[in-house]
Each structure stands twice: as C-alpha cells, then as structure tokens.
Design a protein around this ligand. Structure first.
Ligand code: SF4
Length: 220
C-alpha cells in the first residue's frame, strides 16, 4: 500500500461520508471551536460511550461553567454531573474530570502534558483519550484506534489484529505519518454511517469490489 492508495482511499471515504450527510465527530468540532488541549481532553472523557450530540451539548454546558482546571475545581462534583448529564457514566466522569483537573494543577502547572506517557498517568485516561488529545489538542501525530478504526482496518485486511492496541502498532508501520491524525476522524464517521458494526452498508462503499470483508457475515 503506497501513499497513492491512502490518498485515494481517504478521498473516496470522505466523499462517501459527505454523501450520507456526515459531519465531523463531536470532539473534532469541540477542538476546532475551543482550540484548547484541556477542553479537548475533557470533551474526550465525556465522549466515551456517549452519542456525539450528547457529547456536544454536555461539553458546551460544562465549558460555560468552567474552561480550565482551576475553575473546574471550583465546581462541585454534582454541578459537573448536572452539566454533563445524560452522558454515559456521567457520575464517574464527573469525578474523573475533577481528579484530572487536580492532577494537572498539582503536577503539570495547570497545563495538559503533550506526551502519551504523561497523559496516560492521569486518572481515567486510556490510550484512546491520550492519542485523541495529542491529535486534536496538540496536532501531534498519533494513531487513535477506537472500535470503528479497529473493526474497519480488520475488515479491509489492512491488519489482522485482536485488540485496538495491536491495531495501533500495525497501522503505524503501514501508514505514512501524514494520515495518522485524520484517520480516526474519518473512520469514526465511516463506521457510524457506512461500515457499521453490525451489517455494514457495503453497497454504498467505494471499496466494495476490493474489500475482503473479513469477519463480515451480513451486509446491506
Ligand atoms: S466493503 Fe463493506 S466491510 Fe468493506 S470497508 Fe466497505 S462497508 Fe466496510
């Protein structure tokens, strides 16, 4: 797979997403609007297991109350819960948001660190959250693999992996670096609209003829 392959694939997937009326995922919209690594990190925490429209409105309500670690700590956990409800696991996330804010102030001078290792040392921050924060908060190249990226990369036969961590490693050696940041954004939308987890819409996919559809038992 050379750079032309990836250029063509990204262009055709973007076009297919647009045809379905797709827009940027919620954290990307927040990153563009807020342009701040702290708010990217917090929005990513809110977005876990939560629909995009809920993430967008919950983040907007929370950032209207607090935009930085200091003002976040001035809020009570129940104020944060109220602001981000009905995000999934909102009670746990409210505590995590406070714990992250406290650690940022105590250990990082109130700033979000820009390395994967330091991000992973924060409470509730896993590899997906760390990499998305690097991507969208700092424009640092990192491959962010969520369930959509993992599934689509395996269906297309780019990788043959069991876990998102293995997929991240395999894609890093397969894909030119300039595709690393846009990959997540594009495949999340693609996975929501076309290559859906159950019964993908292969008839709408520009890769239909060449995709080996590994693991797909039913398609539309
Ligand atoms: S052909 Fe089907 S399985 Fe393959 S990438 Fe397209 S939608 Fe997904």
């Amino acid at each position: 797979m050379d750079a032309d392959y990836w250029d063509n694939l990204f262009a055709s997937f973007r076009y297919a997403v647009q045809q379905e009326g797709g827009v940027l995922p919620s954290v990307s919209i927040i990153a563009e609007r807020e342009n701040d690594p702290y708010r990217v990190l917090i929005a990513t925490i809110i977005s876990l297991r939560t629909k995009d429209e809920v993430t967008l409105s919950a983040s907007k309500r929370l950032f209207a109350l607090a935009k930085d670690p200091q003002s976040m700590l001035a809020l009570s956990v129940s104020q944060i819960e109220d602001a981000i409800y009905p995000a999934g696991f909102y009670k746990t996330k409210a505590k995590t948001i406070q714990a992250i804010s406290l650690q940022l102030l105590e250990r990082f001078d109130g700033k979000v660190p820009d390395t994967q290792q330091e991000l992973l040392s924060l409470p509730g921050v896993g590899i997906k959250t760390a990499n998305l924060t690097l991507n969208l908060g700092f424009q640092i190249e990192a491959i962010c693999v969520d369930c959509h990226v993992h599934q689509i990369a395996n269906r297309l036969g780019w990788v043959a992996t069991k876990t998102p961590e293995q997929t991240e490693e395999a894609l890093a050696s397969l894909m030119p670096r300039r595709f690393w940041i846009p990959l997540n954004e594009l495949l999340v939308r693609y996975g929501q609209l076309i290559c859906t987890p159950v019964s993908p819409f292969c008839s709408k996919c520009p890769e239909e003829k060449t995709c080996p559809k590994i693991g797909v038992t039913r398609s539309r």
